[in-house]
Design a binder for this molecule. Structure first.
Ligand code: FES
Ligand SMILES: [Fe+2]
Length: 373
């Protein structure tokens, strides 16, 4: 719910009620360009979308030892995910209760969480322990100044977090996936590498682009040669969609090394992607940085990343992913310029090729409708 009259007014003028109508793909229009280009719209999305839906924090193998931590941003809030001494994974706002300093500015390992500003220390359960030079302060009880915890859920080795207490569990949302990808097991993967791109486009431009294979023949001609494009499939579920393309027979030099065609490209609403092949998981997190900028975090995992025999395959996987990503970055940044132009507002969907984009935009509209009601 919008909190103030001003917020209510700004959301009403930005969001035309006609644009919230839910229509089948055959008759639907794409969402209006102002949703991609207005700074105020991102503020609405932070409350309506990013606080209300599960966010991927990391994989358990990224924080394997007690004291390991990782930093993220969720709905504009700095967040820290830690593994405590008992091995349990916890998440907190990465915000000191003294004057708002950070407990960590980057991922790392520690025994206590010490604020980087004046050095208050917190135990891994979030309780405040050390408060230097605070004698003579009255009516102050350390018990009242613990770190603010965040809801965490483990699913198949992946750590999900959410700022909202009422959202249905991640396990329930994702429950059919383990069977779909069997015998691949995500909890058996081990962290290898992270790459980060800061891209000059709204976060939804990147998501839209991920959700269709329509652009592959034009934007990724080399990749198009590896895929059996005619048999490219998109399946939609309630909160996620799955794209699947068999590899073509002529793909002997296939960098994905997956001749049996078991490749799964999952999108989990609103900003998570899991690209799964036998022995390999790549997760993408799309973090909005501003209305026209997003941070795309790729984390790569393999069942056996240290085995020498796998090194070559992993290197070609990383190189190939970087090449495809560069092609996607260039088109996404150009699309953002087009959305900003004087003449573009809304388009239409290919029923055959853009089911995933329509599904994403429909979920977005539903979140906005819930927010307004
Ligand atoms: S803000 Fe953390 S110790 Fe001052
Ligand atoms: Fe692409």
């Amino acid at each position: 719910m919008p909190k103030t009259i001003d917020e209510m007014k700004s959301s009403q003028s930005l969001i035309n009620p006609d644009d919230l109508k839910l229509k089948p793909i055959e008759r639907a229009e794409t969402i209006p360009s102002i949703w991609y280009t207005h700074p105020e719209f991102l503020k609405i999305e932070m409350d309506a979308v990013f606080k209300k839906n599960w966010q991927l924090a990391c994989h358990q193998s990224q924080i394997p030892e007690p004291g390991d931590s990782i930093c993220r941003t969720v709905a504009g809030n700095p967040v820290i995910i830690v593994r405590d001494q008992s091995g349990e994974i916890r998440a907190f706002y990465n915000v000191c209760r003294h004057r708002g300093g950070p407990l960590a500015v980057k991922s790392g390992t520690t025994t206590v969480l010490q604020c980087k500003y004046h050095g208050w220390t917190y135990l891994m359960d979030g309780s405040l322990r050390g408060v230097p030079q605070f004698d003579r302060v009255e009516l102050f009880d350390k018990k009242d100044f613990g770190l603010k915890p965040i809801r965490v859920e483990m699913w198949q080795g992946l750590v999900f977090i959410i700022l909202d207490d009422d959202t249905v569990s991640a396990e329930k949302i994702l429950k059919d996936i383990p069977e779909q990808i069997d015998p691949i097991r995500l909890d058996e993967m081990h962290y290898h590498t992270t790459t980060v791109d800061l891209i000059d486009c709204n976060w939804k431009v990147y998501v839209d682009n991920y959700l269709e294979g329509y652009h592959i023949p034009i934007v990724h001609p080399e990749l198009a040669g590896l895929l059996d494009y005619r048999n490219y499939i998109t399946e939609i579920s309630e909160y996620y969609s799955l794209q699947y393309s068999p590899f073509s027979n002529s793909s002997a030099d296939n960098p994905y090394n997956a001749e049996d065609g078991q490749a799964f490209y999952y999108f989990i609403y609103p900003n998570i992607m899991m690209n799964i092949l036998p022995g390999r998981l790549q997760t993408n997190i799309i973090e909005p940085v501003g209305h026209d900028k997003c941070r795309v975090i790729f984390d790569f995992f393999y069942t056996d990343p240290k085995k020498a025999a796998n090194m070559g395959t992993i290197k070609s996987d990383l190189d190939y992913s970087a090449k495809i990503q560069q092609e996607d970055i260039e088109i996404c940044e150009a699309v953002q310029a087009g959305l900003r132009s004087d003449i573009y507002d809304k388009g239409r969907f290919s029923v055959k090729r853009e089911l995933g984009v329509w599904h994403f935009q429909t979920l977005l509209k539903k979140n906005l409708l819930d927010f307004q009601s």
